[in-house]
Design a protein around this ligand. Structure first.
Ligand code: PEP
Length: 253
């Protein structure tokens, strides 16, 4: 079975005290985690080490960075490199979140550089893709997402892509309370898998976890995660509330 993942994206929220309390509260509950059911906390850069310390010894729970820079090192004041993340033992990094694409002008080409650097340093990207409302209304979401994958991932080989995670996040559903229906999620996830199978192989397509993101909450997680091509979720708002996120974790297949 592919890995089922509940990934929390805290974005720019919480003080360190609130963050530590949230993770401690969550970890006091018992979850049925194993090689194929993981929890990931994508936390702000300054909290990575302290959250790693709190989860130390908890199997199948890890941290992610929310971004890294598209250059190896050098005079880029304020940026954080993949090598720095690797050096503190961070396994995952979110690449290409729609907020980064929109507010920080991250293009498909820039994201292509980032995923290459992640591969170089052995970091696993959680690569985000998804369409704006206007694209969904025009009915061109499949080709839009396909193009995002093509321009940012297809320079990589099958070996490079092994271990990558993809998050399909329709922009119109992020932070809006408007969730894609489970049918809409399944349809796009199946499309992404088909695109990967055509470009690479069925084996690779079937091995990649594809998460859904966009207003996932306790009340809808089970239904969305229950779709055959949905392998868990990337969760923003609801991951900041321990009682909500624990139900979401328990909704993994
Ligand atoms: C996200 O930030 O990736 C996200 C999906 O946010 P929300 O769950 O709040 O829609």
């Amino acid at each position: 079975m592919r890995k089922q993942i509940a990934a929390a994206n805290w974005k720019m929220n919480l003080t360190i005290q609130q963050a530590e309390t949230l993770v401690s509260d969550l970890l006091s509950a018992s979850f049925d985690l194993n090689q194929e059911r993981e929890v990931v906390f994508a936390v702000p850069f300054p909290y990575l080490v302290s959250i790693q310390n709190i989860i130390a010894g908890k199997e199948h729970v890890s941290v992610a960075a929310q971004n890294c820079y598209n250059k190896l090192s050098g005079a880029y004041t304020g940026e954080v490199s993949a090598e720095m993340l690797k050096s503190i033992g961070v396994p995952y990094v979110i690449i290409g979140h729609s907020e980064r694409r929109e507010y920080f002008n991250e293009t498909n080409a820039v994201l292509a550089e980032k995923v290459s650097i992640c591969f170089e340093y052995g970091l696993k990207p959680i690569f985000c893709c998804g369409e704006a409302l206007s694209i969904r209304e025009a009915g061109t979401q499949n080709s839009h997402v396909e193009n995002q994958l093509k321009e940012s991932l297809f320079h990589l080989t099958e070996e490079h892509l092994t271990g990558f995670v993809i998050a399909y996040e329709p922009i119109w559903a992020i932070g809006t309370g408007k969730t894609a229906t489970s049918e809409q999620a399944q349809e796009m996830h199946a499309h992404i898998r088909k695109v990967l199978a055509t470009q690479y192989s069925e084996a690779l397509a079937n091995s990649i976890s594809i998460l859904y993101g966009g207003s996932v909450k306790a009340a809808n997680a089970k239904e969305i995660f229950g779709q055959p091509d949905v392998d868990g979720g990337l969760v923003g708002g609801s991951s900041l509330i321990a009682t909500e996120f624990s139900v979401i974790i328990n909704s993994l297949k």
